[in-house]
Design a protein around this ligand. Structure first.
Ligand code: SF4
Length: 121
């Protein structure tokens, strides 16, 4: 579960690990929704930008943390986003099964408190 300052400070709800929000454009023009996965969703030279945007919105909605049963009751889900879907699949054979622990959740709570205290000072 990445916990960088920028992630905590973004203040935007995170429904994924970034999958479907970030855009990677390769030198070939291939467009990827994730820097880890290699299958492109189109090519910047041949696919209309509106089509690429619609695909990214669909991917983001379909992979949302809202669909992850283990995260449904977690207070941190819109900050955490459910962890990397690729890592979830590689480590647990299920992109919808997160790899967090009570210890990692407590660490994230402590980070949020420290960040809030610094912002209030
Ligand atoms: S249960 Fe774990 S992976 Fe899911 S949102 Fe909470 S901290 Fe993140």
């Amino acid at each position: 579960m990445p916990q960088s300052f920028w992630r905590l400070a973004s203040r935007r709800p995170r429904r994924t690990c970034g999958y479907g929000r970030g855009v990677i454009v390769a030198a070939s023009g291939d467009v990827h929704p994730c820097p880890v996965l290699t299958r492109p969703i189109g090519n910047i030279r041949t696919t209309a930008l509106a089509d690429l945007a619609a695909q990214l919105d669909r991917i983001y909605a379909e992979t949302s943390v809202d669909h992850m049963a283990e995260c449904a009751g977690c207070d941190l889900r819109l900050i955490c986003g459910g962890g990397c879907r690729v890592r979830n699949r590689l480590e647990r054979d299920d992109p919808w099964r997160p790899g967090c622990s009570e210890e990692s959740r407590q660490a994230l709570y402590r980070q949020l408190l420290a960040w809030g205290n610094r912002a209030a000072a």
